[in-house]
Design a protein around this ligand. Structure first.
Ligand code: SF4
Ligand code: MG
Length: 458
């Protein structure tokens, strides 16, 4: 998912619209924004679909105020419905409260069961709702303490934007699993899952939110606080590999540049003599450019993506996913015909995409298709808000590299090593695992997880 927030700008809703539009790739199922003028009334609009489909000029004008939080969502099975669309907005004993989350709370089921036992009535099946209940029921002294108490109770990877009356709370999990950055636009503060949203609205990037940090905005301005000590820093490697947009920076590292380095590294680890290098658009183009640069094999546009289809991975059923791939990609026959092609992709999850692409290139006349993947084999589910199927559907968890090569019909197949990946991302040495989460590759998760149950909220 993607979140966007505004504090102190007269056009908070319009900024949110543009910001969320820039984060659209993070979730295409639903979009929503909640605003307020002085906290006494919350204005909310949300709907299923793309940002541009959910919002009209009239809707944006209706969303009055200088504070806003917004969300784009993708979910796992079953939970794709309007009642789970965010922001979640409630009236509670303290007034108005609204929340947006990017990520996943791994102990949400346990907390929910406990609260229901005590009489809580949940209105959604979203894991995020537990945070509202925890804040509302808190016996802590004052709102700030209640928010901290609630945040300390939840485990997982998350970036939260929480509006309570005229206050805005901004928080990031103690491991920094999910990204969250801050910018300024004049005197106003903006927040976004990715920095590309700041470019879109002409805001100036200030910094990333620190793991365990809690920012509080009210009529006195900004207070920098924390709800927890920073734990082992573990920023999601998939953000670098696939999820974030190439024009975003994560911890001051540009995504396109790090993907290019992944491609270069892959070329050093798994060179193959060929005529052209091509990348699966859009997420693998940067890595393909890096592979080409390193090997001297020309980079070519061997495939074209139809810009009017959404991300195939995000569609719910296998059948739709398979149909989506066909809708989405075409080979450029004149580029690949008779050629030995190196096909770069960022990841193999189920293996469906790779098989279809290899076959598509062969049907277009490619003489050989060598697949190079700019990440290690994806063997374990994610518990922190990246949509992954169960382990048995992850092709790399049951098959060897050679078996995968055969099942995707490739002439050769190599994955980037984990060390090569960490080197390419280029975060500081010295931190455990270079400050990254690589749980889906090495089963080393930064928090305790209930294996086989990656119940994913967002
Ligand atoms: Fe990212 Fe993988 Fe860690 Fe999930 S398990 S947060 S996808 S690196
Ligand atoms: Mg892809």
């Amino acid at each position: 998912c993607g979140v966007f927030g505004v504090f102190g700008h007269p056009e908070a809703s319009a900024l949110s619209f543009f910001g969320l539009h820039a984060l659209q790739h993070r979730g295409e199922e639903s979009a929503g924004v909640c605003t307020t003028v002085d906290g006494s009334e919350f204005f909310v609009h949300k709907g299923m679909g793309l940002v541009k489909e959910v919002f009209t000029n009239e809707r944006i004008e209706y969303l009055k105020g200088t504070t806003a939080i917004g969300h784009v969502r993708y979910s796992t099975s079953g939970a794709s419905k309007l009642e789970n669309a965010q922001p979640l907005v409630f009236k509670y004993r303290g007034g108005n409260i609204a929340i947006c989350t990017n990520g996943n709370i791994t102990n949400a089921d346990e907390i929910r069961a406990e609260l229901e036992e005590e009489g809580s009535i949940f209105q959604t099946t979203s894991d995020t709702e537990v945070v509202i209940h925890l804040i509302s029921r808190s016996k802590a002294n004052g709102l700030v303490m209640a928010v901290k108490e609630a945040l300390r109770r939840v485990v997982g990877g998350f970036a939260f934007l929480i509006m309570v009356n005229d206050r805005l709370f901004v928080a990031r999990d103690p491991h920094g699993l999910r990204p969250l950055a801050m910018a300024k636009l004049g005197d106003a503060y903006l927040f976004a899952s990715e920095t590309c949203a700041f470019e879109t609205v002409g805001a100036e990037f200030i910094r990333d939110i620190e793991p365990g940090e809690l920012l509080i905005f009210d009529s006195d301005g900004l207070k920098e606080d924390r709800f927890a000590e920073m734990e082992r820093r573990a920023l999601c490697a998939m953000e670098y590999i696939y999820f974030s947009r190439p024009d975003s920076d994560l911890d001051n590292i540009n995504l396109h540049s790090s993907r290019k380095r992944m491609g270069q590294q892959l070329a050093m680890e798994a060179f193959v003599d060929a005529d052209v290098v091509t990348g699966v658009p859009d997420s693998s183009i940067s890595a393909a450019i890096g592979f080409a640069e390193q090997t001297g094999i020309p980079y070519e546009l061997g495939m074209i993506k139809n810009r009017y289809t959404g991300r195939t991975f995000i569609q719910p059923s296998q059948e739709l996913r398979e149909r989506g791939v066909k809708m989405k990609l075409s080979a450029v026959r004149k580029v690949v015909e008779g050629k030995r092609v190196v096909m770069i992709d960022d990841s193999i999850v189920r293996g469906t995409t790779s098989l279809r692409i290899v076959n598509m290139l062969r049907e277009a006349g490619a003489a050989e298709v060598h697949v190079r993947i700019s990440s290690p084999p994806y063997m374990n589910p994610c518990f922190y808000g990246i949509d992954t199927p169960s382990r048995k559907e992850l092709i790399a968890s049951t098959k060897s590299v050679e078996e995968i090569r055969r099942s995707i019909n490739a002439d050769s197949l190599h994955f980037l090593s984990k060390d090569g990946l960490l080197e390419a991302i280029g975060r500081p040495v010295g931190e455990y695992n270079r400050g990254m989460c690589t749980g889906c590759f090495d089963n080393d998760y930064p928090t305790p997880v209930n294996d086989e149950d990656p119940s994913c909220g967002c």
